[in-house]
Design a protein around this ligand. Structure first.
Ligand SMILES: Nc1nc2c(c(=O)[nH]1)N[C@H]1C(S)=C(S)[C@@H](COP(=O)(O)O)O[C@H]1N2
Ligand SMILES: [Mo]
Length: 187
């Protein structure tokens, strides 16, 4: 009787605390080259402050953070690769993109902010409302037509909106379609 009670109590404790612990678990360490760094209002991280020597490229861009979530390609792929076919008016053809949804990237880092700023290698940055990321399933594309987006091209990541699926997105220009994106600041 007492033993049964103890077992039940243990099971309840597991049920109550296990999900909370899973939520709080930090990200794994990237094994391959880091292609995306997320910082700002996030609760899950896997690295400490920017180091002036090691993080030379970020230092060059006057980037600052105390902790961040760094992703290699495998970590981004593990968030769940989605597919999206898009033809922008000015493009020569339609592309079939593959990558995680931005909402899943934000979920993985425990983002709590209302807007994000996506920055590219050339210093370009664009603000995107988290509400739009939720509503439109905005993609962080890693691949186009089966090939990884590379450095010197539009890679390592490219923000792509499902503009052919929503009439209101058709009116929007592509200022928020940041290519060569390497950093996201959650605000
Ligand atoms: N990295 C990066 N991404 C960017 C930009 C940029 O200057 N750098 N310009 C944005 C703007 S304002 C537009 S209109 C489109 C331009 O896309 P294009 O390079 O195919 O002309 O990319 C968007 N993404
Ligand atoms: Mo633009």
């Amino acid at each position: 009787m007492l033993r049964g009670f103890a077992v039940a109590l243990f099971a309840i404790c597991l049920a109550v605390f296990a999900p909370a612990r899973a939520e709080a678990a930090d990200l794994v360490q990237p094994l391959g080259p880091v292609v995306l760094t997320v910082h700002g209002k996030i609760t899950k991280t896997n690295r400490g402050p920017l180091n002036d020597f090691d993080d030379a490229f970020f230092k060059f861009g006057n980037v600052r953070f105390d902790k961040a979530a760094s992703f290699d390609l495998a970590m981004l792929q593990k968030l769940g690769m989605k597919t999206l076919k898009v033809k922008y008016d000015t493009w020569p053809k339609a592309y079939r993109f593959e990558g995680p949804h931005l909402r899943d990237v934000l979920k993985a880092v425990g983002a709590t902010g209302k807007t994000i700023k996506v920055y590219a290698m050339d210093g370009y940055g664009a603000e995107i409302a988290v509400a739009d990321i939720e509503r439109y399933s905005v993609m962080l594309a890693l691949k186009a037509d089966g090939k990884f987006l590379g450095l010197g091209g539009r890679g390592p990541t490219w923000v792509v909106f499902p503009r052919d699926h929503h009439p209101e997105l058709k009116q929007q220009d592509d200022a928020k379609w940041v290519w060569s994106a390497i950093r996201i600041e959650v605000e």
